[in-house]
Write a protein that binds this ligand. Structure first.
Ligand code: GTP
Ligand code: SPV
Ligand code: MN
Length: 593
């Protein structure tokens, strides 16, 4: 085994651990990433030579590359994701659990010799900006150059992280190998008490880019509970009103349910003077500031966004962002080596689909995989907020919880109070998408869009959310939103995308005490006249239907909530159970209609 001589650090804890992992995986060489531009060019050339990346048309898509994953490896695999706490109770009822000894042994067997003939890349990385009290340090060891090139977009990697680490042993230890990419030998294991992640058998997205879901959500949520803050699956946006006042909004929606799109929203023309900017599109770390407000920061440095459905109409900001210096995975290729996916204008001529097969318009299967993605650096975003780099984060006015729901959930509901808001988040359901393996379109409860990312017991997580209230002097208001309600023929009642601005405006006005709302048994909902519909070209009748609270649908919904809370066991906090009884009995008190 050759260990690269120019070791970038004298940190004994780090050097010893890298040596130990290299002895286990037996790579031909160990390479320490410095994060430089020269290194990016060199590794990119190597990836191209190895056929891992394909250069795209340099005139149409400068600095951009294309990659295909193994067709058996296209999305996060929640069924193969484990929280390895010492006891099963520690992981709670919503997580898969494996005993730490057993996990180290089973995965150790797969890792043993897995990097023979390959390079082990050492990626020191920082989640958060270097000066930030929020920042967390991780080191990912991987045998995938694709992972290195994606991590360097999504996180701040190399010397910047080593400098911040110094001689400390406080860093997350991540070991990753694609190994033989066999789903039968694929495991994503988290050891919160050891601050360790072992992921093997997958090279895709959240399974393999360990800074994202594994560290910044599962491990971070575990630390956050102990330290009194929140690590959440949320987009963050800045809204500047025509009067120049700024509001920051956080929004949790399940995977492939609109976070990236909302974070990059472009308001309709009638909203003159409003400026919307992106802070983050997937992860928010939130702490109470000295002034008693909740401050949120985006720990990532790039965007790993869903490609299909993205176009110059739905998300012009993202389209501009991916015009250059972007890695595309599992989209389709045009004859002139540009990219294409469903939702773009129909292509001219034959394409090559995400599996490398010829594809013509009208074919049965999509050309781009439904979970195909772009990886683009933050600076590419023309609507990036300056505050995206603020070490202290931004003060949050409102938290939104949402998900895809064809029925029941109104376009927007404001909670009566914090406990009710936490209840709405904790019981939120959503139709599943292609971002995870398994059936698409099935309703599952996805509390705070964190079902797959809470690193401990879900009941304890809700208790932590309730406890956060006591730490704040000016807590944000909590809202439930649903852009996806449909009519009887399966058509969306609400146009979504830029039009969601109308809902955001109402939310901001509610935070400022400027807009009215109607009380319903389940929360506060705008009347049609409370929404600014200037220049709206949809049908008002549909908006009314999207806003409707249907008592029968809600009786069924509350019955689902009860089953869900029962399923979570006795660690569900009493205030949430009482909240359920209050809502259910309020509905009953209305009597039959
Ligand atoms: P992850 O990156 O998986 O966490 O997803 P995300 O929550 O960032 O979802 P994203 O914004 O990428 O949206 C996923 C899909 O939903 C895309 O196909 C979008 O076009 C579609 N979508 C987003 N916003 C809306 C909306 O307001 N209305 C409708 N109908 N579709 C939307
Ligand atoms: C999600 O599934 O929520 C994503 C994509 O953001 S991944 O990085 O694969 O987790
Ligand atoms: Mn996500």
């Amino acid at each position: 085994m050759v260990i690269a001589k120019e070791r970038a650090t004298a940190n004994r804890h780090l050097l010893d651990w890298v040596d130990e992992m290299a002895r286990l995986c037996t790579p031909d060489q160990v390479y320490w990433c410095d994060g430089s531009e020269e290194e990016r060019r060199r590794l990119t050339d190597e990836a191209v030579a190895a056929g891992v990346l394909i250069p795209l048309n340099d005139e149409k898509r400068p600095g951009s590359y294309y990659s295909r994953s193994n067709p058996n490896d296209v999305a996060r695999t929640e069924e193969l994701t484990f929280i390895c706490t010492p006891t099963k109770e520690g992981a709670g009822r919503t997580n898969n659990w494996m005993a730490p000894d057993e996990a180290y042994r089973r995965l150790g067997e797969i890792f043993r010799g897995a990097m023979k003939g390959r390079t082990m890349y050492v990626i020191p990385y920082l989640m958060g900006v270097p000066e930030s009290p929020f920042a967390m340090i991780g080191v990912e060891l991987t045998d995938s150059v694709y992972v290195v090139l994606n991590m360097r977009i999504m996180a701040r990697i190399g010397n910047v992280a080593l400098e911040r680490l110094g001689s400390s042993d406080r860093f997350n230890r991540g070991l990753h190998s694609v190994a033989d990419c066999d789903p039968a030998r694929r495991f994503i294991c988290h050891f919160p008490q050891d601050d360790t992640i072992w992921s093997v058998g997958s090279g895709y997205g959240g399974n393999a880019l360990l800074g994202k879901k594994c560290l910044s959500l599962r491990i971070a949520s575990y630390h956050a509970r102990g330290q009194g803050w929140l690590a959440e699956h949320m987009m963050l946006l800045e809204a500047e009103t025509p009067q120049g006042e700024k509001h920051y909004i956080a929004g949790a929606f399940p995977s492939a349910s609109g976070k990236t799109n909302l974070a990059m929203i472009v308001p309709p023309p009638a909203f003159k003077g409003w400026t919307m900017r992106t802070i983050g599109d997937d992860i928010a770390w939130m702490r109470v500031g000295a002034d008693g407000r909740l401050y949120a920061a985006n720990p990532e440095a790039g965007f790993f966004g869903v490609a299909p459905g993205t176009n110059y109409h739905t998300n012009p900001t993202a389209m501009k962002m991916v015009e250059h210096d972007t890695i595309f995975t599992n989209v389709a290729l045009t004859p002139d080596m540009d990219i294409w996916w469903e939702g773009m204008d129909p292509p001219e001529g034959e394409l090559v689909d995400w599996r490398g097969r010829p594809w013509t318009p009208g074919a049965k299967e999509p050309a781009a995989h439904p979970n195909s993605r772009f990886t683009a650096p933050m600076e590419n975003n023309p609507a990036l907020s300056r505050e995206a780099q603020d070490p202290n984060g931004v003060p949050i006015s409102a938290i939104l919880f949402g998900g895809r729901r064809s029925t029941t959930i109104p376009l927007v509901v404001e909670s009566f109070n914090w406990t009710h808001g936490v209840y709405l988040g904790a019981t939120a359901g959503a139709e599943t998408t292609a971002a995870i393996t398994g059936a698409v379109g099935r309703i599952r409860r996805d509390p705070m869009a964190m079902l797959a990312f809470i690193g401990y017991d879900a009941g304890d997580y809700f208790a932590h959310w309730l406890a956060m209230f006591g730490r704040m002097k000016r807590p944000p208001k909590i809202f439930l939103v649903n852009w996806f309600r449909k009519d009887g023929d399966g058509r969306y009642l609400w146009p979504g995308y830029g039009e969601n601005m109308r809902v955001l405006q109402w939310i901001i006005d509610r935070c400022e005490g400027r807009a009215s709302a109607m009380e319903t048994p389940i929360g506060l909902v705008p009347r049609i006249g409370d929404l600014d519909l200037r220049g709206f070209d949809g049908k008002t009748a549909n908006v009314e239907r999207a806003l409707r609270v249907d008592e029968d649908e809600w009786r069924r919904e509350l019955e689902e909530h009860r089953k869900w809370l029962d399923q979570l066991g006795d660690r569900v906090p009493e205030p949430l159970r009482l909240q359920h009884r209050l809502l259910a009995s309020s509905l009953e008190a209305l009597g039959p209609r």
